[in-house]
Design a protein around this ligand. Structure first.
Ligand code: MTE
Length: 335
């Protein structure tokens, strides 16, 4: 991210799944879950082909697969198109697996994500190590179709499956001293090529943070799936944060620890380059990155012939929902 010139996405027309195919799979899954179709009915072969290039979800536990299949599909936000699955899973940032956009899809399959647990500590009444199954046991999974805007200038539209982070926060009962949440990604050298790299890409573990009220906001989710199935490893399996009004680097992947803390956490990108990456990192067309403008963005997939450039929206188009979180704060200075 620090040294990147954004590249053009390279999905060929033949690799892109038409939205109708994606949506038809969703309705079949929903019908199966509702019991209105025979369990023996195979999914349409064309729909399965959509996932052919994604590392096999071998380590996805059965409890998660069945929960995902029960999630009803939601309406697309008007004027948006879902980014093809191929682009969302082959143009990634996940430095633990390398620094190129293709490294995560090539190498993240090496990560074993089952069993998985998350340590919850700090200013809470119910700290502890929660298994993924336990974390999901008290929530209803939902689909959320959100825009994702990277600070590098590209964007996508992703149908996530997850649950509001607020539900977990209420469950662990933060004390009156908890003002921020600090999130931490797994570091497993033997399964993470980027962590092993001699280049010293970033200081591990990857750390992100939110103010408690940002974390409690109904738009903030913990995702366990996308496109009707479990999260591919390159997208942050088995559990990642999604904060749609902020630049993508806030949406930390493969979370193993959530700490409730009193002070603003020292986050990875802000620590590395504070003048380039702020703590809030709210999408804002009026605040340029020191090396490029944020006024416009490239919606993937795009090409030199079809650049697909559009104006960046304040708070990534979610201003109505979130602007009040920042009243009284000068987001040009505290970006
Ligand atoms: N989380 C971890 N642990 N490591 C990373 O390198 N990259 C971030 C974010 N979460 C990153 C991470 C950045 S810069 C972006 S834009 C998004 O993940 C990209 O998510 P995607 O690959 O699912 O599109």
């Amino acid at each position: 991210m620090l040294i990147k010139v954004p590249k053009v996405s390279s999905a060929a027309e033949s690799e892109v799944t038409p939205e109708a195919v994606y949506l038809s799979r969703r309705s079949v899954l929903a019908a199966l879950a509702a019991g209105s179709l025979s369990g023996a009915l195979a999914l349409p072969a064309r729909a399965d082909e959509r996932f052919a290039d994604v590392p096999s979800p071998e380590s996805v536990p059965p409890f998660l697969e069945s929960r995902l299949a029960a999630v009803p599909a939601v309406e697309l936000p008007s004027g948006e198109e879902v980014t093809p699955f191929f682009d969302a899973t082959h143009y990634n940032n996940f430095y633990e697996f390398g620094s190129s956009k293709q490294d995560p899809s090539r190498h993240a399959g090496e990560l074993v994500t089952d069993p998985w647990s998350v340590e919850i500590d700090g200013e809470v009444a119910r700290p502890g190590r929660y298994s993924l199954e336990d974390l999901l046991s008290q929530v209803t999974l939902q689909e959320r179709i959100y825009r994702l805007r990277c600070v590098e200038g590209w964007s996508m539209v992703i149908p996530w499956i997850g649950f509001p982070l607020a539900e977990l926060i209420r469950r662990v009962e933060p004390s009156g001293h908890a003002r921020y949440l600090q999130f931490e990604t797994l570091v497993r050298r033997e399964q993470m090529r980027g962590v092993r790299s001699e280049l010293g890409l970033i200081a591990w573990p990857y750390i992100e943070g939110l103010r408690l009220d940002e974390a409690m906001h109904p738009l903030t989710i913990l995702a366990v799936g996308m496109y009707g199935r479990s999260l591919p490893n390159q997208n942050g399996a088995p559990l990642r944060l999604v904060v749609p009004w902020k630049y993508g680097f806030k949406s930390i992947k493969s979370i193993i620890r959530i700490s409730f803390v009193r002070d603003r956490p020292a986050t990875t990108w802000q620590t590395m380059a504070p003048e380039e990456y702020g703590f809030y990192a709210n999408v804002n067309p009026a605040v340029s990155h020191p090396r490029w403008s944020q006024a416009r963005e490239r919606r993937l997939p795009n090409s030199l012939f079809k650049p697909n450039v559009r104006p960046t929206q304040l708070f990534n188009g979610y201003a109505e929902e979130v602007a009040s979180l920042y009243s009284g704060i000068d987001l040009r200075r505290d970006y």
